[in-house]
Design a protein around this ligand. Structure first.
Ligand code: GAR
Length: 200
């Protein structure tokens, strides 16, 4: 049985799209069953629906400052859909220990830098300003710290003379779309439940 996966997004959802398309291959070891967004107007929700995936918004607003209550609503949706692995893909909310604890070892995030370098926002501008020669992206297991947690996979991208933020971001994104499906496949293989033993 392939583990069921949910992807959490906040915006355009290009990594989600890459994951869904990779998982359409019959040999991919996980099944994407649900896309959730904290933003009802996230462009990725419509993209997911067009790809045949159930996609819903769980807005944070009704929960006010109670971030855990919002996460409980998300978690209820994940449980109801039988989800076993969660992929954060441009999900721009810092999680509380509640959701992180519920999904320990089964929640991945993608971040546009070679972590532990450049956690947080504006990674491209910061890497360019620092005169780095390379940048890249990281998929890691989610722990309580922002953009922390054990690294599952990384891809490097050279910084070229005259690079702009947009040019670098576009080159990193190409790698993100390759790296995330590979990292999800690796985790899915690792946690895959043993197949039922054949009858004697
Ligand atoms: C991606 O570049 C992802 O690495 C980044 O947000 C973008 C989402 O794009 N995530 C973070 O910065 C997390 N700290 P997408 O919606 O097109 O996948």
């Amino acid at each position: 049985m392939k583990p069921c996966v949910a992807v959490l997004i906040s915006g355009r959802g290009s990594n989600m799209e890459a994951l869904v398309k990779a998982a359409q291959a019959p040999e991919f070891p996980a099944k994407i069953v649900l896309v959730l967004s904290n933003k009802p107007d996230a462009a990725g929700l419509e993209i997911a629906r067009q790809l045949g995936i159930t996609a819903e918004a769980v807005p944070a607003k009704p929960f006010g400052k109670d971030r855990e209550a919002h996460e409980r609503a998300i978690d209820a949706r994940l449980q109801a859909a039988g989800v076993e692995i969660v992929c954060l893909a441009g999900y721009m909310r810092l999680l509380t220990p509640y959701l992180v604890g519920r999904w320990a070892g089964r929640m991945l995030n993608i971040h546009p830098s070679l972590l532990p370098a450049y956690p947080g926002l504006d990674t491209y501008a910061r890497a360019l300003a620092a005169g780095e020669q390379k940048h890249g992206c990281t998929v890691h297991l989610v722990t309580e710290g922002m953009d922390e947690g054990p690294i599952v996979a990384q891809a490097e991208v050279p910084i070229l003379p005259g690079d702009t933020e947009d040019a670098l971001a576009a080159r990193v994104l190409v790698q993100e779309h390759l790296l995330y499906p590979a990292a999800l496949a690796a985790l899915a293989e690792k946690i895959r439940l043993p197949e039922a033993a054949p009858r004697p």
